[in-house]
Design a protein around this ligand. Structure first.
Ligand code: ARG
Length: 423
């Protein structure tokens, strides 16, 4: 850890020198307490931030740095910004089923601007956007990185790869329209080419569909999509470019095949069994299980236009997924917090914490899944913790999340990259 801190610190000094900002603005946060998400301890200290970085954490920093601005957050418990490994920021979340195909990608992207803001203000400072057409996720990410609009740091996949007619292809229209989704690729060389194309246009991770899904038409969650050979080609190609791979997989065979092919995370993982949980642990594969969304789909889905076919699938999948989530927690699997926000309104991501605790996690484990675990899955070395040398992504709540995890549904302070977005 020290090595990383020193490394980050020298890069930081280098950046200050290069940009000529020798005397950039400093800020000291003075909270009630800080949650050490590694040990679960709550401790009292102040945090010195300069530019984007946490420079120092210590008691009485305000005495050592007398001319530095002090921000009193005496009612708040601070913890690192939260992360969600499975969101869909692009699009109007209210459009479901057939209505969803009537919106242009320009309009979807503008909805994305609003969704990104809501996500950030809810305390989610980093997200993985897993699947978007026309590389609109890349554009959204760029506008956030350039500080044109407020939003979380985004890792983006571009169009998700999928087989012809699979979950990542759209089967809503009949043959007459000759419609196919942009990430459709069949066979090892086609999938390699699609990975290369996504990288070319700005994706920094790859998403593919390894089984059928709930929300797609005419797919079966239990059926594997892509052969082992194809999945291996996707993973090999992506990894050779330093990109991580997320596989959508509900059914057991697809989950197993994707893990064997070397994916970094299984999204949903609904039908995972004990043996495959062990396999995932052995291979270091993360499970990103969206165990809240089922209640939303079954509660509001019908009114929102979700197909009856999808509701029927959800009635079965939702329960099984929660049971297998519990098994995975008990078996100490690697779990990253992923919600599928976009099916439900953005900014409500933290609703899932309560479910994770109800289904076997301690509050601390649930927080870790959304901070250190997610950072590890995303490949981020200096994000996801309140630690010297780390990026200043910090949130604050009035209550203690270790006593009541639902306080994370109402975050009152949000800082990303040293900038305060909510106070
Ligand atoms: N995008 C996923 C799919 O369509 C959503 C699954 C939601 N259901 C659940 N129980 N996690 O398959």
């Amino acid at each position: 850890m020290k090595k990383i801190n020193k490394y980050c610190f020298s890069i930081y000094l280098f950046c200050i020198l290069v940009s000529g900002q020798l005397f950039s603005e400093r800020l000291i946060l003075n909270p009630k307490q800080i949650l050490d998400i590694t040990s679960g301890e709550l401790y009292q200290a102040q945090i010195l931030i300069e530019d984007k970085i946490i420079i120092k954490i210590d008691k009485d920093l305000s005495k050592q740095y007398r001319n530095t601005k002090l921000l009193d957050l005496k009612e708040l418990t601070l913890l690192p910004g939260l992360m969600d490994s499975h969101v869909h920021l692009i699009g109007n979340t209210k459009l479901k089923g057939y209505e969803s195909i009537g919106e242009s990608s320009y309009l979807s992207t503008i909805y994305g601007v609003d969704n990104a803001k809501k996500t950030l203000l809810a305390g989610f400072t980093t997200v993985r956007n897993v699947g978007a057409g026309n590389y609109s996720d890349v554009a959204l990410k760029q506008s956030i990185d350039r500080n044109l609009i407020p939003g979380p740091t985004m890792l983006v996949s571009g169009p998700a790869l999928g087989i012809t007619g699979g979950h990542c292809d759209s089967n809503f229209l009949p043959h007459d329209y000759e419609y196919k989704s942009q990430g459709v690729a069949d066979g090892p060389w086609e999938v390699r080419k699609m990975v290369r194309k996504n990288r070319k246009y700005g994706a920094n991770l790859i998403k593919f569909c390894a089984t059928g899904g709930v929300m797609s038409k005419n797919t079966n969650v239990n059926n594997r999509q892509y052969t082992f050979e194809e999945m291996q080609a996707i993973v090999d190609e992506a990894h050779s470019h330093g990109m991580k791979v997320a596989a959508h997989a509900h059914g057991l065979e697809g989950i197993k095949t994707a893990i064997k092919a070397g994916v970094n995370s299984i999204e949903h993982a609904s039908y995972i069994d004990d043996e495959t949980i062990e396999l995932a642990k052995k291979k270091g594969t993360y499970l990103s299980m969206d165990i809240y969304v089922s209640d939303f789909i079954l509660g509001e889905g019908k009114d929102q236009g979700i197909l009856e076919e999808s509701l029927q699938k959800e009635r079965i999948v939702g329960k099984i997924q929660r049971q297998n989530f519990k098994k995975s927690v008990q078996a100490k699997a690697n779990i990253s917090f992923g919600t599928d926000a976009g099916i439900f309104p953005h900014g409500k991501n933290a609703m899932q914490f309560k479910y994770m605790v109800e289904w076997g996690m301690t509050p601390l484990q649930a927080i870790q899944s959304s901070t250190i675990n997610a950072a590890d899955l995303f490949g981020l070395i200096n994000t996801g913790n309140i630690s010297e040398g780390f990026e200043a992504d910090i949130i604050g709540t009035k209550g203690n999340p270790l006593e009541d995890i639902t306080v994370l549904e109402d975050v009152t302070f949000v800082m990303k990259d040293g900038i305060i977005y909510k106070q």
